[in-house]
Design a protein. Structure first.
Length: 158
C-alpha cells in the first residue's frame, strides 16, 4: 500500500483475531443502530465465512485499521461487503485503500461488475461519498435485494 498507507499491509483474514471479531461486531451494531428494522444486510461472522466471501483486513504493525469483503455473486459479478474502518483510524485513507484492493481483486477474478448496497441516511454519507469517488454510480437493487425505502445501490463496471 502506498501514500498515507505506507507501511500498512492488507491480508486475507480468517476471522479469528479478537480485534477483527470485535470490528465485525461493531459493524453490525452500527448497522442496526443506524438503519430501520429489516434494512440491515451486513454479514455476521458466519456470513463472512461463506466460501463465496473473501475478507481482507488492513494492519499497521499490530494495529487493525479496517476491513472489507468481496462476495462472488456469479462468475462476472461481485459485491462489496463489510467495509468498516476501525474508529480510531478514521480519516487516514483506510477505506479507500481497502476498496482499491477489493476492486483490483475483482478485476483479477475477471468480474465485469462490482455492486454494493448501503444506507441512504446521514450515518452512511461518508460511505456513499467514498463509493462515488471510486467510480461507483447509483443503480437499482441487484441479487435479490428489494429494499428501496432505505437502501441505496451502487455499481461500477470493471
Amino acid at each position: 500500500m502506498s501514500g498515507s498507507g505506507a507501511g500498512w499491509r492488507i491480508i486475507r483474514d480468517d476471522l479469528t483475531h479478537p480485534a477483527v471479531v470485535a470490528l465485525v461486531e461493531l459493524h453490525l451494531r452500527a448497522a442496526h443502530e443506524n438503519s430501520p428494522p429489516g434494512s440491515v444486510f451486513a454479514l455476521d461472522l458466519s456470513g463472512l465465512r461463506d466460501p463465496r466471501v473473501t475478507l481482507w483486513t488492513a494492519w499497521e504493525k499490530e494495529t487493525l485499521l479496517g476491513m472489507a469483503a468481496l462476495k462472488e455473486l456469479d462468475a462476472t459479478h461481485g459485491e462489496v461487503k463489510s467495509m468498516r474502518t476501525a474508529p480510531e483510524q478514521v480519516r487516514r485513507g483506510v477505506a479507500a485503500h481497502l476498496l482499491d484492493h477489493v476492486i483490483e481483486v475483482a478485476r483479477q477474478r475477471g468480474y465485469g461488475r462490482l455492486s454494493l448496497e448501503t444506507g441512504s441516511n446521514a450515518p452512511f454519507a461518508a460511505a456513499r461519498a467514498l463509493y462515488a469517488r471510486a467510480g461507483f454510480t447509483p443503480c437499482g437493487p441487484f441479487d435479490g435485494y428489494s429494499d428501496v425505502a432505505f437502501s441505496t445501490y451502487f455499481a461500477r463496471a470493471l
